[in-house]
Design a binder for this molecule. Structure first.
Ligand code: CA
Ligand code: CA
Length: 145
């Protein structure tokens, strides 16, 4: 896997941020992507830490979704807050994970992330439709650790 600086091109990053923006036009939910070089602990545990560090557990409706990528570990995790977890069944996260994984396997990292964002956006829109006066509670930019 490449260095984190080379993991995505600037254009690819822009495409991802745009995909998040578009997804959030249909939902009050918040989607974030966090990429870091390496994770020395269990990636799922680390993803939960990042979720907290990015204050993603502070959304009004508990409907934040994080896609976490550890480049060296060749690993990613997609997790949601209680609100969205209570609404969907585990199959949703599994099928979303499979979609991302199939792109990652071919080194299509940007497409994998965008597919994940779209899947999360779809299900968030279903359970947490966009409401008038909604605010962008969490920045759409990719965060790097
Ligand atoms: Ca919002
Ligand atoms: Ca946002």
């Amino acid at each position: 896997m490449p260095y984190i600086e080379d993991f995505l091109t600037a254009n690819q990053e822009e495409e991802i941020v745009e995909a998040i923006r578009v997804a959030e036009c249909d939902t009050s939910g918040e989607i974030r992507v966090h990429i870091e070089q390496r994770c020395d602990i269990d990636v799922y545990e680390r993803a939960q830490d990042v979720f907290h560090i990015l204050k993603m557990d502070n959304t009004k409706q508990k409907n934040g979704v994080l896609l976490y990528v550890a480049v060296d570990n060749k690993a990613f995790v997609i997790i949601g807050d209680h609100g969205i977890n209570n609404a969907v069944d585990a199959n949703f996260w599994n099928s979303t994970r499979d979609k991302i994984a199939s792109q990652f396997k071919s080194s299509n990292f940007k497409q994998g992330i965008i597919d994940g964002v779209k899947e999360a956006g779809k299900v968030l829109a279903e359970y947490f439709p966009w409401e008038h006066g909604d605010s962008d509670e969490l920045d759409n930019t990719i965060s790097k650790g």
